[in-house]
Design a protein. Structure first.
Length: 183
């Protein structure tokens, strides 16, 4: 369900970077994806299991000013959602690789007052349109195994699990990848 308060989504401009960085990037989760790797002779089995934590975990989401500035290029996708006073409510950064016809969603951030109200899903839908308009045929969304809200958002947007990397992030968190074919 979308929020009854009005917002608009548009391409970001350089003045939006500071407002986006001021948003609350952190989130809470009570469910994580645990990875189990079993190796036998000639066989490896990897299992992801949703595990409920004994209490809510506060997670610090890393802000990345350099990535936001990189995404301001007209060949990249940096969407910002604002209210009537042009205050940032959320943003999405998707880096495009036109040579390979794909894009990677790196950030979807929504201010806490607008979370779970459809704004993140709307940002992802508009990013899909942007990718199609730019001749891309696949989008990958990257998130952490402990970002259950982000995993749920990917799944609601129609993305499917397509892989992982056990040391992807600078803090050595495990990344899970979700993809969406635009064909």
């Amino acid at each position: 369900m979308t929020d009854k308060r009005r917002f608009k989504i548009r391409d970001a401009v350089p003045q939006d970077v500071s407002g986006c960085l001021q948003l609350d990037h952190n989130y809470e989760t009570e469910i994580v994806w645990q990875v189990h790797l079993r190796e036998d002779v000639g066989e490896r089995t990897i299992t992801f299991r949703e595990t409920r934590l004994p209490r809510l975990m506060d997670v610090t989401y890393p802000k990345n000013e350099a990535r936001l500035k990189q995404a301001l290029s007209p060949t990249q996708c940096f969407l910002v959602a604002t209210d009537q006073s042009n205050t940032a409510l959320g943003y999405l950064v998707m880096l495009a690789d036109s040579t390979h016809g794909k894009a990677s969603i790196r950030d979807v951030v929504v201010t806490s007052d607008y979370r779970r109200r459809g704004l993140g899903l709307r940002l992802m839908t508009i990013a899909q349109h942007w990718a199609r308009e730019h001749g891309l045929n696949r989008i990958t969304a990257i998130t952490q195994t402990k970002n259950h809200p982000g995993i749920g958002l990917c799944q609601r947007a129609g993305f499917i699990f397509c892989g992982y990397n056990d040391q992807y992030f600078t803090n050595q968190d495990i990344a899970v990848f979700f993809c969406l074919s635009l064909r």
